[in-house]
Design a protein around this ligand. Structure first.
Ligand code: SAM
Length: 220
């Protein structure tokens, strides 16, 4: 088990404004640890975390893949989270380019089909639609109907962001209907698998992994 990144620069007060790493974050870290052989083989040149929050996941990815691994982009809609990610990168001696933006708006079309590794622990909690779209801490969890509103907005971008060999990982819960998400991505030319699951209280968490199907790779 690799150590969790050093977050000692973030205090209790900070977590009133940004997402405090929780079971979903730690399941993501566990999944990435299992995926090290695949990721080393992939040898990503550019990576992107959408919704980086504290920056814990990107610091971990940076550590497990080594500093030579890649140019690491992070985005977050919450300016305090973007700042926290910058601080966490520094604290853990990794480099990351952090952009405050909605999903990946500021990165497209510039980085179209350039990113080898994309990962997102999205706001997946079922809430009224009106709660979606905040730029503060509520953005960490408010997922709207079926917890799918931010997820569904992002899915079409995966095809545009990923390089031909690229991979996308995402955290979801049962209520988000993971099979339905996998079917949507299949229509977009992606094969999928569940690389990790865990029960956390009443939540059943899944880490989904998507890669372009062979047919789609051959078309590129
Ligand atoms: C569940 S938290 C995950 C934070 C961190 N990645 C982790 O795993 O601990 C979701 C993050 O996504 C961000 N977020 C929500 N909606 C977003 C959007 N439309 N664009 C960019 N980031 C968003 C939130 O601000 C929050 O930091």
């Amino acid at each position: 088990m690799l150590p969790t990144p050093d977050l000692s620069h973030l205090k209790k007060k900070d977590y009133e404004f940004i997402y405090e790493p929780a079971e979903d974050t730690f399941l993501f870290l566990d999944a990435f640890e299992d995926e090290v052989p695949f990721l080393k083989e992939l040898n990503p040149i550019i990576s992107l975390e959408v919704g980086s929050g504290s920056g814990c996941v990107t610091a971990f990815v940076g550590k497990i893949l080594g500093e030579s691994c890649c140019l690491k982009f992070c985005t977050d809609i919450n300016p305090k989270a973007a700042r926290a990610t910058q601080g966490t990168a520094k604290q853990n001696q990794i480099t990351a380019e952090v952009v405050e933006t909605h999903l990946t708006t500021s990165l497209l079309p510039r980085l179209e089909n350039q990113i080898d590794l994309v990962y997102f622990n999205p706001p997946y909690v079922l809430t009224p639609s009106e709660e979606v779209g905040s730029h503060s801490v509520e953005a960490a969890w408010a997922g709207g109907i079926d917890g799918r509103e931010v997820i569904d907005e992002f899915l079409p971008f995966v095809k545009r962001l990923l390089s031909p060999k690229g991979v996308f990982y995402m955290v979801v819960v049962n209520e988000n209907k993971p099979d339905d998400i996998r079917e949507i991505m299949k229509q977009d030319g992606f094969d999928s698998s569940v690389v990790k699951t865990r029960l956390a209280g009443r939540e059943k968490l899944f880490i989904l992994k998507f890669v372009r199907s062979k047919e789609q790779q051959n078309q590129e």
